[in-house]
Design a protein around this ligand. Structure first.
Ligand SMILES: NC(=O)c1ccc[n+]([C@@H]2O[C@H](COP(=O)([O-])OP(=O)(O)OC[C@H]3O[C@@H](n4cnc5c(N)ncnc54)[C@H](OP(=O)(O)O)[C@@H]3O)[C@@H](O)[C@H]2O)c1
Length: 332
């Protein structure tokens, strides 16, 4: 309970979208004045594929209603990776503005079930696909006019390497989207710090994925979120769980690593706002960070579950082995 209250406080007071400079960029790009004409581009041709005219998908976009859940925004979006953390918030926001959302999923039919209740009957459509089966990918894109790729992993598995998930999959999706001819927007979610010269192989593959997407679909928009926080995040929850189980939390390098966490709902809003703009975000890369930069130590100490009086933070001064030089720091 304490943790939930704290998280709400942090999100309300420190990470509100109004204070986020990066996300404010999208605010300005989607001024109310632009919205009616700019939803699919004031100049329709700007949003269309340069290589192939729109012949499939929704064709001519029709908008109806006041813009709420039961209206029709004209967007039919295929959201790859919608079953993940960011996916649920993005699908919710797309549905809320009256878009139809196609949710490709692999594995169990339960994985997209929580998304179905976010829209009216028939608005959220789960579709089984296989990421290595080109025909199934074409099938899930066939009726859409927007493709958003959230697929990504920060670890490798026996079946999927970083290269395949973070590089080859986005490349393949962008190629198919371009061939489709009716995809007006392609949004690729990458990662803050993605660079060909990064020390991290994951970030190098993310950068390669971005380059391939731009090569195949030059009008694409790339989003690079920082570490995302929210109810199901994989940072605060992990720390809290670790501290609860073991009674301490190891901080490598004294917890001096800096991070700029961003609220997951703000990232979803940035993606939706880029869809609403007049095409200015096409062909661009946006880095999405929250308003505050914290060291890991600072972030841990403001997390009540971790900052419980019984929890000891073990500060490891060395970067590698640190059996002897741990400093025990009791929090109050
Ligand atoms: N979470 C963060 O803090 C953070 C920070 C920066 C950038 N990002 C990036 O933002 C994007 C979304 O993040 P997230 O936290 O929502 O990720 P997530 O919760 O791990 O979800 C990843 C999604 O990708 C799908 N996926 C993973 N490997 C796949 C594969 N081999 N084939 C097909 N689908 C696969 C998953 O499908 P299944 O459900 O079927 O496994 C899931 O829907 C990712 O690209 C991530 O790299 C995340």
């Amino acid at each position: 309970m304490q943790s939930a209250a704290w998280r709400r406080h942090l999100l309300d007071h420190h990470l509100s979208p109004s204070t986020s400079a990066a996300i404010a960029a999208f605010r300005s790009a989607s001024q109310p004045g632009l919205a009616p004409q700019g939803l699919f581009g004031a100049d329709g041709a700007r949003c269309m594929s340069a290589r192939a005219p729109a012949v499939k998908g929704s064709g001519h976009l029709v908008r109806k209603g006041t813009g709420g859940r039961s209206s029709v925004s004209g967007i039919v979006a295929t959201v790859f990776g919608a079953t993940g953390f960011l996916g649920r918030y993005l699908v919710q926001q797309l549905a809320k503005m009256g878009s139809q959302v196609l949710v490709p999923f692999r594995g169990c039919e339960d994985s997209p079930r929580h998304l179905k209740i976010m829209g009216d009957l028939g608005q959220i459509v789960p579709m089984k696909y296989h990421p290595r089966d080109v025909d199934s990918i074409k099938a899930v894109m066939a009726k859409s006019n927007v493709v958003i790729n959230l697929i990504g992993r920060e670890y490798e598995t026996r079946n999927y390497s970083f290269e395949e998930v973070n590089h080859h999959m986005p490349e393949q999706l962008a190629t198919i989207a371009k061939e489709h001819g009716g995809i007006i927007r392609f949004i690729q979610v990458s990662c803050l710090g993605a660079s060909p010269s990064s020390e991290s192989r994951m970030l190098r593959t993310k950068a390669a994925g971005e380059q391939s997407v731009f090569k195949e679909f030059p009008e694409a928009t790339i989003m690079r979120p920082a570490t995302m926080i929210g109810t199901e995040d994989r940072i605060l929850n992990r720390w809290a769980q670790f501290a609860k189980n073991w009674g301490f939390l190891p901080l490598v390098g004294g917890g001096s690593t800096k991070i700029q966490p961003v609220y997951v709902i703000d990232v979803a809003a940035a993606i939706v706002n880029s869809l609403k703009d007049d095409g200015t975000s096409m062909g661009k890369i946006y880095e999405l960070g929250g308003p505050e930069i914290y060291t890991v130590h600072e972030l841990v100490t403001v997390t009540p579950t971790c900052g419980d009086e019984y929890v000891l933070i073990c500060i490891c001064e060395g970067k590698k082995r640190c059996d002897h030089d741990w400093v025990y720091d009791r929090l109050s």
